[in-house]
Structures are given as C-alpha cells and as structure tokens.
Ligand binder design. Structure first.
Ligand SMILES: *Cc1c(COP(=O)(O)O)cnc(C)c1O
Length: 381
C-alpha cells in the first residue's frame, strides 16, 4: 500500500502556549532588557550544566566572540578550529584579528581530530575551539592532554544537555558557548549562553556583553544611588539577551531533557530500521557519551548508493522529506579559501563530510507516522 506523501521539515521548534504565557510577563511589567527572567534562565542553565557561571548573550556567535576576547586572543595569535563546523566558530578568531588555524575532523564523529590538533599547535596558539557537532561531544579528555596549558573553548551550540562521561557539555573546557537558534534543541528565537567555572573569566564576560560596564542595567536602575553611572574599564559590546527571550528560555530549558529523551528514542529507531541500508553510514555514538541529537547526520556512500548524494536529497525532497548537508567545510568557503589560499583537499575528512553528509529529520514535532515514512522512503530509494 503506497503511503500518502507527507511534509516533514528538517527541524521545527516546540513552542506554544507555555512560551506565549511566559513572554507576556516581561511585556506586562515593561522590563524588557536583561532582567529577572534572564537571571532565572542563567541559574537554571548553570545548574543543569554543572557550572558555576552561565551568562546569557544574544546568540552563540557573540558567545564565541566573548570567549576569545576574554582569553585575550589578539593580533598575532592563532586559534585552532575544526574545518567542518558552522562558519562563526572560525569567524570569532578573526573578530580579534587572530589567525584561524584549521584542524581536520574525525570522519566517524565529525569532531576535531586530536592528532591533527597536535600537529597544528605552535608557540602562538592562544586557544583551541572544540565543537560538539550535532550534539556529540568532542573527545575532551584526549584534547586536554594534547592542549596542556592552552585554554579550550567548547562550541556547544548544538550540545545543550549532552554529556561526556557523566559531565555535561559546557563544563568540560575553560569556556562553553551555546546557541538557542530555532535549529537547536531548545530555543529563544535567537540567543546564546556562555558557561565557565572561572570567576575572573565570568566577570570579564559579563562586563564585555554589557558595553564593558562595571555594573548591570538592573543594578544601575534598581539601586539606591540614582546618581551612579557605571564605570567602563574595557571596550565592550552590546551582546545582551532580552528578558522576553529569557522568559522563553526558562520554559524551554525545563523541557530539554524530555526533548533529548524523545530524540534518543527516535535515533534508536533509525539505528534499528536503517541498519540494512548499506549505502547510508549512520552517526557514531561512542560508549560513555550522551548524544544531544541536535541533528541526525548520515554519510552517503556514493560507491554503492542508488544515486549521488545531491540526487538522493532531491528525491527525498520530492517525497516531502527535508534533508540538509550536516554543515559546511569552512576552509572550502570562498572567504577562507581566498584569505589563506587553502585547498579543499588540505582537510580531506572535512571535505568528505562537506560533500557526502546528509542530515535527515529528527525533531520533537514529528509523529510516529513521520518517522516510519522517512524510513520507508529511504529504503525504497
Ligand atoms: C548554530 C551554530 C553556531 C552559531 O549559533 P548562533 O546562535 O546562530 O550564532 C555556532 N557553532 C555551531 C557549531 C553551530 O551549530
């Protein structure tokens, strides 16, 4: 019996009545910039990710910028970044006029290849950014051994709620950076979070996100000394999160573990049902890692697949199933290619992932029938 065509987007956030009620509260009081809801969101986030400090910002790209700035990354410094990631993982180093040094990835995990990091470290290396791509943590234990005293930033944009040997993402390096873009597991529309256990870094990051001001907007307006204007000891930015977003974040964060649990169940279903599809390599989950399942990213083996990857993606789109490349190889983007004169083949695994990866739909708005339809359609190719 042919199944009726369905329409399954690659991702769809779960927002509704609760988020709507939450966002009304700051609107009714009139306190709209960072305030009590952002503070509550930060506290909940810090507790869930077992860190001393969580500092909300406008998105993960600004989180990454504050991370490198707080670590004093500057002109003449080098920052090691995996070649297969979202472009802003690399851009943040350029914001500080530092040099981006790419490392290749491990094709099985899509995460930074620690052996290549070892080869890329020089006396100028000021920081290493490890990306927990698609919700799977990078091998932070191995990376820390290689890094020695060089600080590690976790780009945990996709990894809210993910774990590495019982420790949450965001608590594994010196600074963690999260995203609440609608493509991630929990969302505030746009939004980000910086995590750290280091008091000095936390202080500096809090000031940098608020123009470099020594006191917060709330302290300033609710304090007993109306004549006080903050002092500014550094050049900062306005990377604040609004309280509207904070209110939504509080509601969303409480659902995070439920979302991941559902996604884990459906990932298991894909593993069971798609194991027989010989041309499709399923994502790897290493023993001891807790995957956050921001995306379920496969790799098409064109040597045995019924069609090239792009043709497969097109056929699935025609059947109403959205797919996307996992992400891009940053070293192959025009800007970086021209800036550093890099060849695509310089990072063969990143290139392979760029050319053959395919995310299939896995999110919390899909029904049983949707998941069955994805499996049946892929098998029928
Ligand atoms: C989404 C993403 C970002 C950027 O997050 P924004 O909140 O959109 O700025 C950075 N790095 C990775 C790995 C991402 O997936």
């Amino acid at each position: 019996m042919p199944t009726a065509k369905r329409n399954i987007p690659i991702s769809l956030p779960v927002t509704g009545e609760e988020e709507w009620q939450a966002v009304k509260q700051p609107l009714m009081t009139g306190w709209l910039t960072s305030g009590p809801f952002v503070r509550e969101f930060e506290q909940l986030f810090a507790t869930r990710h077992q860190v001393k400090h969580a500092i909300a910002v406008s998105n993960c790209t600004t989180a990454l910028h504050l991370a490198v700035d707080a670590l004093n990354v500057n002109e003449g410094d080098e920052v090691i970044v995996p070649a297969f990631t979202w472009v802003s993982t690399a851009n943040c180093a350029l914001y500080q006029r530092a040099k981006v040094v790419f490392a290749d990835i491990d094709i099985n995990t899509f995460n930074i290849d620690v052996d290549d990091v070892k080869r890329k470290i020089t006396p100028k290396t000021k920081a290493i950014i490890a990306v927990h791509l698609f919700g799977l943590c990078a091998d932070m234990g191995a990376l820390k051994k290689v890094a020695g005293n060089i600080p590690i930033i976790e780009d945990a944009a996709c990894a809210a709620g993910a774990g590495y040997f019982d420790k949450p993402a965001g608590s594994l390096g010196d600074i963690g950076c999260f995203s609440f873009h609608p493509r991630k597991s929990v969302t505030t529309g746009e939004g980000g979070m910086v995590t750290t256990n280091n008091d000095l870094l936390a202080d500096k990051i809090s000031m940098l996100r608020n123009h470099g001001a020594s006191i917060s907007e709330e302290q300033r307006h609710h304090g007993a000394q109306p004549y006080i204007l903050p002092d500014f000891n550094m050049m900062g930015y306005n990377y604040r999160m609004t309280d509207l977003q904070g209110a939504v974040g509080v509601v969303q964060l409480k659902k995070l573990d439920k979302f991941i649990g559902e996604r884990q169940k459906w990932a298991d279903y894909y593993f069971r049902e798609l194991a027989s599809v010989s041309w499709l390599k399923l994502p790897q989950v290493t023993e001891g890692y807790k995957h956050g399942w921001q995306s379920f990213v496969t790799v098409v083996n064109e040597k045995v697949s019924p069609a090239p990857r792009n043709e497969i993606m097109k056929r699935l789109q025609d059947a109403g199933i959205s797919t996307r490349p996992g992400t891009h190889a940053v070293h192959m983007l025009n800007f970086y290619k021209n800036l550093y004169g890099i060849k695509a083949d310089d990072f063969p695994n990143a290139k392979h992932a760029n050319d053959f990866s395919m995310a299939i739909p896995l999110h919390n708005r899909m029904t049983d029938e949707d998941y069955e339809y994805v499996v049946t359609t892929i098998k029928s190719l």
